[in-house]
Design a protein around this ligand. Structure first.
Ligand SMILES: [Zn+2]
Length: 260
């Protein structure tokens, strides 16, 4: 029974954190305090959401996606983020087991979820998220056996430095800002967790995915929209970094093994 109940407990815990991530996703880009007011409110009518209407995923289903007070629709993003964070919590538990590592691995995933949804909607990555992730990664190095604080610092410098260089060249030769400083700071956070090799992997795979989706988006768009496409880079970096977080050892061994 433990095989079932423990992952379920981690899933439920994840959805509760996901509910808090929804608050951050709404408030951080609007420069509102993430902690005050402590209760959630309907963005349409401003009414306070009762505790029984604020149960992750379940309340959305019970309310059929509508505010109980004014009936305006609640975005699908809310249950989606809660479910995703629940799954992330279970995956983190399956990777780390019941250990201190869970907190840091799940923390990484939670910050990436918040970054992804904010960047998708607002094309920004709040500094506070990058800073929180960076500091979490730095503290984590003291609990890791095969990864020191120096490894993290080198990773942060390589990741942020390379992306800053790309942004600089892009601006110099194309005269437009293709990458924001938010992406550069995000790579410092990623490098602190994943080291220099993981940072390079994240930039390479993230760029590749972004290019494929970017070309597809331009191709599929109506002609008057062409050339005006702006695709946020953060979600692609987040996706690539999560792949490396889970499969980094295999990727590194496979890649370095192939060189001999
Ligand atoms: Zn309402």
């Amino acid at each position: 029974m433990e095989d079932f109940f423990l992952p379920l407990a981690f899933f439920i815990f994840g959805t509760i954190i996901g509910s808090f991530l929804n608050v951050l996703i709404y408030r951080l880009p609007r420069d509102k305090s993430p902690l005050k007011p402590a209760f959630s409110f309907c963005p349409s009518c401003g009414s306070q959401v009762k505790w029984y209407d604020n149960i992750p995923v379940i309340s959305y289903i019970v309310l059929k996606g509508k505010c109980r007070n004014c009936g305006s629709s609640i975005g699908i993003r809310y249950p989606l983020v809660e479910l995703l964070t629940g799954v992330a919590s279970v995956l983190a538990y399956l990777k780390t087991g019941l250990s201190i590592d869970y907190i840091f691995v799940f923390g990484f995933l939670a910050v990436m979820i918040a970054i992804t949804f904010i960047d998708l909607e607002f094309r920004i990555i709040p500094d506070v998220l990058n800073l929180a992730g960076f500091l979490m990664g730095a503290v984590y190095t003291f609990f890791r056996e095969d990864f020191t604080l120096l490894d993290g610092i080198i990773g942060a410098v390589v990741g942020a430095g390379l992306l800053w260089g790309i942004a600089y060249l892009y601006l110099k030769f194309r005269g437009i800002e293709g990458l924001g400083m938010g992406d550069v700071k995000m790579m410092a956070f990623v490098g602190m967790y994943l080291g220099w090799f993981g940072a390079l992997f994240t930039i390479f795979v993230g760029s590749l995915l972004g290019a494929v989706v970017g070309v597809a988006a331009v191709y599929l768009s109506r002609s008057e929209e062409k050339g005006r496409f702006e695709i946020p880079f953060g979600p692609f970096l987040a996706f690539a970094s999560v792949i490396y977080l889970f499969f980094g050892e295999q990727i590194k061994n496979w890649y370095l093994g192939g060189m001999y």
